[in-house]
Every structure is written in C-alpha cells, then in structure tokens.
Design a protein around this ligand. Sequence first.
Ligand code: NAP
Length: 248
Amino acid sequence: MTRHVLVLGGTTEARELAAVLAARPGVRVTSSLAGRVSRPGALEGDVRIGGFGGAAGLADWLRAQRADAVVDATHPFATGITANAASATAATGLPLVVLRRPGWQAAAGDRWHEVASLTAAAELLPTLGRRILLTTGRLGLAAFAHLDGQHFVVRSVERPTPPMPPDVELILARGPFTVADELALLREHRIDVLVTKDSGGTATAAKLTAARQLTLPVVLIRRPPLPPDVTPVPDVLSALNRLGLNSP
Ligand code: NAP
C-alpha cells in the first residue's frame, strides 16, 4: 500500500526530504510551497503551490488527498503554516513531524545581540551603527521603515515592496554564500552592523563568520516558539526515522 506524505516546504531540508521520499518504493510525496518565490527550484515528487485556506483547508486537503503523514519542513519563522499543520493533523489524527534545522550558536569573539522580534531589532539599531546589512527577508522591512538616520543594505532573494526605510540599497541574491563573499560585501559597503534571523543551517551562516572576523555586532532575531507539545527533529534522516521510513 502506498503511503502519501505531505511535505510543507520552502527550505533546503524540505527539498532534500522530498527527493529521498520520492525515491522510496511505496511512498508518494507531495511538496507544498506557499508560492512566495517566483521561480522555485525543481522538486522531486508531486508539487502543489499556494495556501490551503487555513487549518481547516489543510485538514480538508489531507482528507481529500488521503494523506498518511505530514512533515512540516518550513522555515523556522513561518509560524502561520506551522500552527495550521499542528491543528490540521490534530483534527485528522495524522502524524506530524516537524523538521527544523538547529539554530545558530555564538562562538568565541561573536558580538551578538539576541532579540525576540524585528521590532526589537529596529529599536536596538540606532545604538549600534549607521550602515546596516539587513538579511531578514523581504517581508519584514516595515519594522525598519521609520529609521531615517541609517543606511540599509538589504539583501533578499526577491525584490521587497514598501514600506521600507528611506535609505535602502538593494542586493538581490540567493545563498549559499562563502565567508570570502561575505567579507567582501561587508567591507565594500562599510557595514557596521549585521541584522539576521536565526535561520540556522550552513547556506547563510558565512555572514556570521565574516562579522566575527571583522568584530562587527550582529543583531540576531531569535526563533518564535513552536506550538505546544511539538518536539522537532533536526535533519532529514531524523525525519525519516520519525516517519518510520528510515530504510528503503
Ligand atoms: P507563514 O506566515 O507561516 O504562512 C502564512 C500563510 O502562507 C499560511 O497560513 C499558508 O496559507 C501559506 N503557506 C505558508 N507556507 C506554506 C506552504 N509551505 N504551503 C502552502 N501554504 C503555505 O509563512 P511565511 O513566513 O510567509 O513563509 C512562506 C513560505 O516561505 C514557507 O513555506 C517557508 O518555509 C518559506 N520561507 C519563509 C521564510 C521566513 O523567514 N518566514 C524564509 C525562507 C523561506 P493558508 O493559511 O491559506 O494555508
């Protein structure tokens, strides 16, 4: 009997998991993307794009598609879909595996200021510097829109839309980035503060190493909490184990 696994995606780990599951005999995988990125990379298995219509819509989809399990492999800051996945799996009685790459940990020499939100980051910035590298994604710029004394270098995959700060220089780029890339960027733009979410993983961690080497302060936005009773797994192998699909 075929097992149908829904992978809520938008991350590298979701893509890797989909590829492993698609290659498993007796497994059907459907990856779901929000549709925020205009040209998402190719994915193994079936793909659906766009919101489900809240937790109830997701539960309807799971029933209609005869899903057997859900893996929430979304970004650590995608709190809406994670809450919906918890509600919809509770409503349908399906197992939920939450795959979250571990957060970043400070190393010797780091000058991190850890905050709980974009708003808290914006409050702190005027005390830390004037030339800021902002890598928090194109959707959160409104939190910084009132800061008119700072020069922002905003790096994002897709072009951001207003509201945003008045003095913005935009760099459209997609990781992975090397430490050499990041050192060059920080020096070229004479950055004195880096702002980032605690996304974790290796693809975008080089900026933290570069900031350490240049002794720059970093404002690190900590992850929002997971829904109650959710114990995440840190990688694709652990997700397969949790699904009971660790051997081909
Ligand atoms: P969010 O705030 O958690 O979700 C808002 C709504 O978007 C959800 O309620 C859902 O709509 C829809 N949605 C989100 N992810 C979906 C998915 N994988 N499949 C189908 N619908 C989805 O999400 P977000 O922070 O905007 O992130 C959107 C996507 O971008 C996520 O898939 C995430 O993995 C990826 N991403 C996010 C970030 C970030 O910093 N937040 C960074 C990198 C990648 P309905 O209620 O209508 O179902």
